[in-house]
Design a protein around this ligand. Structure first.
Ligand SMILES: [Fe+2]
Ligand SMILES: [Fe+2]
Length: 277
């Protein structure tokens, strides 16, 4: 019996995490793997991890995290913004890894059929700290507390003027695609960020939520028939349910985060068939 499984935030610039990737195995030859972003920062690292995983799974579906879109000063690949994303998509095509730019595939295995929709949506600073009514206020507050996402320095939105402009364009385009999907076939939505704000309520630093998603997707899990929503980014692996829809945070995270946990990472997480509770 094959499985649709998921993982995110492999952050393979850390040697310990590379070892986790090397030990990730499919249970059956027909398993599909969803990779919900933050594989790494450098294209060579991302390519290494995705090719290792592609050799083990019948299909691999990737969406970008913020880290893939960072332009690190020491990366020989100097591309920024949309061009960087397009280079990642090109690399995935060479590796036979599916991306948000491909037609959505159908998982026909146990728990299916479902349409697997990899999404690249970004964030638009609408998940602001309490009392802040504008993006500028939210960012000013974060600078005051010192909790500022590195994206502000490394994730360039070119040719869009801002990261939120890029997000709004991606959301509009993605919404049009989802509207065209057959409503009789449920969706598994895969995005680096959760589609609703609730998962960010447990962040240690609530002001970090402005880099974690957008209000524009708040009703997507109910508007479109959704079997599961798979995300990462928060580095808080857990399963929750919103409006009857399972949301799965499937991150590995940094070694300092996962190593102290009592249990091993338990990855990849099975999405379908649903594990009986
Ligand atoms: Fe991450
Ligand atoms: Fe992230």
């Amino acid at each position: 019996m094959s499985n649709l499984v998921a993982v995110s935030d492999l952050h393979v610039s850390y040697q310990e995490n590379r070892e986790v990737v090397e030990n990730l195995r499919a249970e059956t030859p027909d398993d599909w793997l969803l990779v919900a972003g933050d594989v790494g920062e450098r294209l060579t690292d991302v390519g290494w991890a995705l090719s290792v995983l592609r050799a083990r799974f019948a299909a691999v579906v990737w969406v970008p995290g913020n880290h893939e879109l960072w332009s690190m000063p020491d990366d020989p690949v100097k591309l920024r913004g949309v061009e960087r994303y397009e280079a990642l998509v090109e690399m995935c095509r060479r590796l036979d890894v599916r991306t948000p730019e491909d037609p959505y595939a159908t998982w026909e295995g146990p728990g299916g059929p479902v349409t697997v929709a990899p999404l690249f949506l970004g964030y638009d600073y609408t998940w602001r700290p309490a009392g802040c009514t504008t993006k500028e206020q939210g960012l000013a507050y974060a600078h005051q507390t010192g909790v500022v996402c590195t994206d502000e320095y490394m994730l360039h939105p070119d040719p869009y003027p801002t990261r939120d402009d890029w997000c709004r364009a991606r959301v509009a385009e993605t919404e049009r695609r989802l509207e065209k999907c057959d409503p009789a076939v449920p969706l598994v939505l895969v995005n680096h960020y959760p589609l609703v704000r609730e998962p960010t309520r447990v962040l240690r630093y609530p002001e970090f939520a402005q880099w974690c998603g957008t209000d524009l997707t708040a009703d997507w899990h109910t508007r479109f028939t959704t079997a599961a929503m798979v995300y990462g980014h928060l580095h808080i692996p857990r399963s929750t349910v919103y409006d009857g829809v399972p949301f799965e945070e499937v991150s590995l995270g940094y070694p300092r985060e996962w190593q102290p946990r009592q249990r091993p990472p338990g990855l990849p997480r099975r999405i379908l068939p649903v594990t009986p509770s």
